[in-house]
Design a protein around this ligand. Structure first.
Ligand SMILES: Nc1ncnc2c1ncn2[C@@H]1O[C@H](COP(=O)(O)OP(=O)(O)OP(=O)(O)O)[C@@H](O)[C@H]1O
Ligand SMILES: [Mg+2]
Length: 288
């Protein structure tokens, strides 16, 4: 499913003195298969934008199409179609582990499934839950009957993600998926998302404040600032202008910073900003 947004505007508390313009004429296309990064300073509109993708936030003005679903301001809304859309566009909120509430991991993940497939048999539900737990790297035999509250932060987050991917969404959207995890937890979770991208969800969209994570994993990036998209393209394009990135209150990824420093010393490293490519290009320069 491709996502097309054109001229999206959104104002919180419209027509009151507390109104806040959160999206300002946003145009963005996200293709099926993308591992898409959304970055931007705090309050720039990232969460507001992604919550439009499964109609949690309604379109006030503009066009939004997610596959065949037309969520545009003037499109007719169909409740049943909306439910299907929500099972196909899985949304993982920030700190999703705070939303776990059942006394076993099994029940928590099953809740995500039964919500969308209330008529499923016990067997179908159990199969879906076991599969989702395996996909997030938690052995169901070991974890299904444990209390989610006895798990580590990273494990809890995996349970919460299992509760979303249990409906097999084609598009998985995650708002700051690694926030608050330690470096090892971050690496492991990003590895999990890459695996899910290969095996399960065709498209993954992450909101992130971690530029290394974005450069390493995303093929495309959009930069939000004051509700507008001010840059979009590959990580290499987006991070090519260090001065502009600084003005947008963002950092360069480490690879971008190293390329920039080397360039100022007369060494041009033309890499895609992943660690692997950076090392390869440095080795080529050393050899040549
Ligand atoms: N429920 C709300 N009511 C009123 N204003 C809101 C609400 N949610 C967000 N805003 C405002 O809308 C703007 C965009 O907020 P949004 O949460 O989309 O930003 P963000 O880029 O996700 O920020 P962060 O990186 O801090 O999560 C901000 O000015 C914010 O204060
Ligand atoms: Mg946010």
């Amino acid at each position: 499913m491709q996502i097309i947004a054109k001229g999206l505007n959104f104002v919180y508390n419209k027509k009151t003195k507390f109104s806040v313009k959160a999206l300002d004429n946003v145009d963005l296309t996200i293709d099926e298969g993308d591992f898409f990064g959304i970055i931007g300073h705090t309050g720039s509109g990232k969460s507001t934008f992604i919550q439009h993708l499964n109609a949690l936030v309604p379109v006030q003005e503009g066009v939004l199409k997610v596959g065949d679903y037309d969520l545009s301001a003037n499109a007719k809304k169909d409740k049943k179609a909306l439910k299907t859309l929500r099972s196909k566009v899985g949304m993982v909120f920030q700190y999703p582990e705070y939303q776990l509430f059942e006394d076993t991991v099994f029940k928590d993940v099953a809740f995500g499934f039964s919500n969308f497939f209330p008529q499923a048999s016990k067997r179908e539900t159990a199969d879906a839950v076991y599969e989702a737990l395996s996909l997030v790297g938690l052995d169901p035999e070991k974890y299904a009957e444990r209390s989610p509250f006895d798990l580590s932060g990273g494990q809890k987050r995996r349970v919460a993600i299992a509760g979303v991917i249990v409906t097999r969404p084609e598009i998985l959207v995650l708002d700051e998926p690694v926030a608050g995890l330690d470096p090892k937890g971050k690496r492991e979770l990003m590895k999990l998302l890459r695996t899910l991208h290969e095996k399960e969800s065709k498209t993954i969209i992450i909101v992130s404040h971690d530029m290394d994570e974005v450069a390493e994993n995303c093929n495309k990036v959009a930069v939000f600032s004051e509700g507008k998209i001010v840059r979009k393209g590959t990580p290499k394009d987006v991070f090519s202008d260090a001065e502009e990135i600084k003005k947008l209150r963002l950092d360069l990824p480490l690879t971008g910073y190293l390329c920039q420093t080397l360039k100022s010393k007369g060494v041009n490293v033309d890499c895609d900003l992943t660690e692997e490519d950076f090392i390869r290009k440095i080795q080529e320069i050393k050899r040549g």
